[in-house]
Design a binder for this molecule. Structure first.
Ligand code: NAD
Length: 542
């Protein structure tokens, strides 16, 4: 046994590579893109460390070139999912008894492998499979994912250090046990880092996990899984189970040993799982912890004192980077009438310059949206606006001949509760409502109340009193609130991320708050001088 308290020092955020012309990282990423474009990968289900090829397969294609198949993946069904639950339960004892610094070492090593020898591979897979530009992949699958791993280890250490008070002859300890069962992690397509975090955060504090990646992010997620294996993750601690949502619900989320559910994705799926857990509540051995980060209808609200160029930059980057497929993407803007003409002219001019295309062409600002279902959904919203008397489509078009391309679209709504002002679209569509300057207060109320979500939001103003008023009025409208900045791009350790209302449980991914959900503390009291008395002094005769 060791006779020392080991220390994980506060990590720094992983520096972001620029991939600028002439850099070595640009050349090596391009070589990896060419390599991955020329091969097809076969991805198994991985349970208890064993690769399983079920024969029930689906393909991963490039969204920007939808005939190009990158990989085939095998899907887990009833038999495999039940085996994965068994494997997770069997791996649990050894994993939770492993000294925590050895668990920590695995994830710290994974972060170094990811940002070192695996960086290009995971970034290229994220670019090709999820249609991210080099920069968008870099900030996601290399930097944010490494930050999740390093900061969560550091936060786990901070939690473990927290101990209760003592009194004379009494020593109190708090033990931070993992949950009494397994954790199911279900991840979305849009961030490789989220998939990596959903499965590792509970594991860092000693839980064993079933990880269901999104079918449109399987390739990058599979490479990250290999990073964990290379870092020394024992068999069965995280089981990699691509499968249908229905099978996951039926064979995993209804299992009596489900102790936690770590989800990021749409509000509808999370609500469905919450209902399922409610229906099964008498079946479980404990009350499953439900953590979900879900949809958003993120806003930019400009005050008449806002600086126009900064506002326009935030609108363009906030709404259109990664094709608007960030839960934090700006998708509605409230602009004062006094600024609108200038904002409109500059925004449309800047947006017209943005190149949309294959992400292997590094001059592209945007790639394609993730798949056909998403493309049709977004296009239907644009068509709805085109046909409505309550809106004007100021720019935007779409084309699915080669890839699922939706060009940056700006809609001007004549009503603040117009459909595209309140519903999540999850594509490159920004709807603007122009308010009369003197109606600031009532427009802030509309911004707060018109949409069910409360994820991110940004205000732009120079006047300090206005900033105070807007910050107060929008207090419950966003879990991540920005002043004179775009509402996207939260950084681990700096702006813990998550929202409330229909946007989720606000458990702040990548923070200590999230890790608390995956532990079940045990309070231990030891009495050094136990009493022999039975009665109390007040009971003595006077
Ligand atoms: P999605 O809800 O369609 O899918 C998420 C995951 O759930 C996938 O793995 C999917 O296969 C699975 N799933 C689908 N149906 C299921 C079912 N019935 N039972 C169990 N699992 C099921 O979401 P998506 O399209 O992958 O991602 C986009 C959504 O995610 C958007 O709504 C976006 O706002 C949200 N999102 C939120 C955050 C956040 O932090 N709040 C971050 C990223 C994405």
């Amino acid at each position: 046994m060791n006779n020392a308290y080991y220390q994980v020092t506060m990590p720094n955020n992983e520096p972001v590579n620029s991939y600028a012309v002439g850099t070595a990282e640009r050349e090596s990423l391009k070589a990896e893109l060419a390599r991955q474009s020329a091969v097809q990968v076969e991805i198994p289900v991985i349970i208890g460390g064993k690769e399983i090829y079920t024969g029930n397969t689906k393909t991963v294609t490039m969204p920007h070139d939808h005939h190009h198949v990158l990989a085939t993946f095998h899907m887990a069904g009833e038999e495999e999912l039940k085996a994965a639950v068994k494997a997770a339960m069997e791996a649990k004892k050894a994993w939770e008894e492993l000294p925590w610094e050895h668990r920590a070492a695995i994830f710290l090593k994974a972060a170094d492998l990811l940002t070192g020898p695996w960086r290009d591979k995971v970034n290229a897979a994220t670019m090709l499979g999820q249609s991210k530009t080099a920069y968008q992949a870099e900030i996601d699958s290399a930097c944010e994912l490494a930050d999740f791993l390093r900061f969560n280890v550091y936060f786990a250490q901070q939690i473990y250090q927290q101990q209760p008070n003592n009194t004379p002859a009494v020593w109190n300890r708090t033990e931070y046990r993992p949950l009494d069962g397994f954790v199911a992690a279900i991840s979305p397509f849009n961030f490789t880092s989220i998939g990596g975090n959903l499965c590792t955060a509970p594991a860092i504090v000693g839980n064993t996990v079933l990880w269901k990646p999104s079918s449109t992010a399987v390739l990058s997620n599979y490479y990250f899984y290999q990073v964990l294996v290379e870092a020394g993750l024992p068999a069965g601690v995280i089981n990699f189970v691509p499968c249908s949502g229905t099978d996951m619900s039926k064979y995993v989320l209804s299992d009596e040993n489900l102790a936690g559910f770590h989800f990021t994705g749409s509000t509808a799926v999370f609500s469905g799982v919450w209902s399922l857990v409610g229906q099964n509540i008498s079946k479980y051995r404990s009350y499953p912890r439900l953590v979900g980060e879900t949809g958003g209808k993120d806003f930019i609200f400009a005050h008449p004192t806002a600086k126009v160029d900064e506002l326009v930059s935030a609108m363009a980057r906030g709404a259109f980077e990664f094709q608007g497929q960030k839960c934090s993407a700006a998708s509605r803007a409230f602009i004062p009438a006094s600024l609108w003409d200038e904002v409109k002219e500059k925004l449309l001019a800047r947006v017209a310059e943005l190149k949309v295309g294959d992400v292997q062409d590094f001059t592209s600002f945007m790639g394609a949206v993730i798949d056909e279902k998403s493309y049709r959904n977004i296009v239907n919203y644009i068509k709805y606006a085109e046909e409505s008397a309550d809106a004007d489509v100021l720019c935007g078009s779409y084309d699915d001949s080669k890839g699922w391309f939706v060009y940056p679209t700006v809609i001007q709504a004549k009503k603040p509760d117009f459909k595209t002002m309140v519903e999540e679209i999850f594509g490159p569509v920004l709807t603007v409502y122009v308010y009369q300057d003197e109606k600031l207060e009532e427009t802030l109320k509309i911004c707060d109340q018109a949409s069910p979500y409360a994820l991110t939001g940004a205000i732009f103003a120079q006047d300090r009193q206005a900033i105070v008023e807007m910050e107060r009025a929008l207090r419950n409208s966003a879990g991540n609130f920005y002043i004179n900045d775009k509402p996207t791009g939260a950084v681990i350790g700096q702006q813990p991320f998550g929202g409330s209302r229909a946007s989720g449980t606000n458990d702040k991914a990548g923070s200590m708050l999230n890790l608390y959900r995956w532990i079940s503390p045990r309070s231990i009291k030891e009495n050094f001088l136990p009493t022999k008395a039975i009665t109390y002094p007040f009971m003595d005769e006077e």
